[in-house]
Design a protein around this ligand. Structure first.
Ligand code: GLN
Length: 520
């Protein structure tokens, strides 16, 4: 441990950063290991026949449940952030969140134990109560736990750096590497053990979270007191906090109701209906909220315009994620059903393809970061709305590549893995030009005292995108003969929609830049 002289940090440092970053890096790495390891298997598990050890749901139901689950994870970031700020403190929230997540994964793994004990080799013909109960309860726990852990661990990272610290961005980039190391290794590990039994894959995801928790506990004194106590707000802050509290709680209750409805067995009949209604509710909540802030938030004209920019970009962000997040659903099923995975007599497990995005992030994130700096030096750095436009365009081009792959699939042949790999590369480039840009832009555009709330609203766009991605997956995964025949047209539809929205944003760019004022 160095205790650097002249350090801008009060506590211990390592490699020029607060030592607590190391603790959070590994905790988040293991948490993402559990999230992406399980997610790589999720839609495959739902759509697999019961006799083959899956749940035997159809594409529509599976896509809707997948969408609701991934939506839930981001939706719960809102109440999760509030609970930590006001009740538990950040540090404890991460701890409780991790425990709940691990319980969720182990819950999903439970029916695997039943299989070992009974030692019955005849194929199953129907699902037991344990199969469905453990599955839905497991998903519910992971949603709740992630809502408590994910936003708060990022907030602790932020708090490790004093205001104005030049190292904060670098700290977040390092942290993002941890996320993607977890996201890279997990699908490889979990899909490998899932070759024997999917439940083993879920169990391994849970084990990863446990390792993260042990590491967190053992090294949490590195945090040097950061994130210990909840915030006590000044009376001036209280009224704006009140709004956040109401919306957070409403969203939390809504999320729990939705997932509980699923859990109580209204599935599979109603999953896609519930998903569609949820989408509409989230969109309405976000817009009423933003409208209230603009109309009744006591803001200056220039701040009102900035919140207006957030509202407009909200739609484009939701659009981006509804395409991008098909990685784990539509594209995962494409890898399973229509991709030639044979290499030298060995079949690549489908889940391995889920590692590609994280691998490309690890490889290219430093390149993108220096690209913006380099362009900035020449005064050529694109404005944020233009970077958003690039992000959407790259997403659309990625789906255009997949269009040809779906043509091959529709003709009855298997597509080469390179189609998916090139698509994931383009989508990763899109992610790198939109995702970090969006987060930092929101922090710059949010009026004073509205920072947390605007970030919470921003996460709603990610939640909405994830939900749509699941709904699209339910339609465009070529699960039936007719579905396969229409798949190329469905992908073309996605291309038109995404490229169309990129063009629209390009047209809106001058207006947005005017509304943004001095913000770039
Ligand atoms: N891959 C990143 C993570 O898991 C970001 C995902 C997102 O914002 N949709 O943290």
């Amino acid at each position: 441990m160095e205790k650097a002289l002249n350090s801008e940090f009060a506590g211990p440092t390592a490699f020029g950063h607060p030592k607590g970053l190391m603790t959070l890096f590994f905790t988040e790495m293991w948490e993402r290991f559990s999230y992406y390891g399980m997610r790589a298997l999720l839609i495959l598990f739902m759509t697999k026949a019961i006799a083959d050890g899956g749940l035997g749901f159809d594409d529509k139901t599976s896509g809707a449940i997948y969408g609701l689950y991934t939506m839930g994870v981001y939706l719960m970031a809102l109440p999760g952030g509030w609970l930590a700020d006001r009740l538990f403190g950040l540090k404890k929230s991460v701890w409780y969140g991790g425990i709940i997540i691990a319980m969720g994964h182990f819950m999903m793994a439970l029916p695997g134990i039943e299989g070992w004990i009974s030692d019955d080799s005849t194929p199953k013909i129907s699902l037991s109560a344990l199969d469905t109960t453990s599955f839905f309860l497991g998903l519910l726990l992971i949603v709740l736990g992630t809502g408590l852990l994910k936003p708060n661990i990022s907030s602790i990272v932020g708090q490790l750096y004093p205001a104005g610290s030049s190292k904060r961005d670098a700290g977040f980039s390092i942290f993002y590497m941890g996320i993607n190391i977890g996201g890279f290794v997990a699908p490889l590990a979990c899909a490998s053990v899932a070759e024997y039994d999917m439940h083993l894959g879920f169990g391994l995801a849970g084990l990863g979270m446990i390792l993260g928790l042990i590491q967190y506990r053992l090294t949490s004194n590195n945090l040097d007191g950061v994130g210990e106590a909840p915030i006590v707000s000044s009376p001036a802050e209280k009224s704006s906090q009140q709004q956040l509290r109401i919306i957070s709680m409403a969203v939390g209750v809504f999320g729990v109701i939705i997932i509980s409805i699923l859990f109580t067995g209204l599935v599979p009949i109603n999953a896609s209906l519930i998903a569609s209604v949820s989408g509409i509710v989230i969109a309405i909540v976000a817009f009423i909220y933003l409208a209230l802030v603009i109309l009744a938030g006591g803001l200056s004209i220039s701040d009102k315009k900035k919140v207006g920019v957030i509202a407009i970009l909200f739609l484009f962000s939701a659009m981006f994620w509804s395409g991008f997040e098909q990685a784990g659903s539509t594209l995962n099923l494409f890898a399973e059903r229509f991709t030639d995975r044979q290499v030298l007599g060995w079949e690549i497990p489908t889940g391995y393809f889920q590692s590609i995005n994280s691998l490309f992030i690890i490889l290219f994130a430093p390149f993108f970061a220096s690209l913006w700096v380099w362009l900035g030096r020449k005064n050529l750095e694109p404005s944020s709305p233009l970077k958003f436009t690039f992000g959407l365009a790259l997403l659309g081009i990625g789906f255009f590549v997949m269009y040809f792959a779906t043509k091959i699939a529709a003709s009855g042949e298997l597509a080469a893995p390179s189609w998916l790999i090139v698509t994931y590369l383009l989508h990763t480039f899109g992610e790198l030009s939109l995702s970090p840009v969006g987060l930092s832009l929101v922090t710059k555009l949010a009026p004073k005292n509205y920072g947390g709330q605007m970030m919470g609203i921003w996460f709603l766009s990610v939640a909405l995108g994830n939900l749509f991605a699941g709904l699209i997956a339910g339609e465009a995964s070529g699960g039936s003969k007719e579905g396969l025949a229409t798949m190329p047209d469905q992908f073309m539809m996605i291309v038109y929609t995404v490229i169309g929205s990129a063009l629209l944003l390009f047209i809106l760019k001058p207006i947005l830049r005017k509304m943004m004022g001095e913000v770039h």
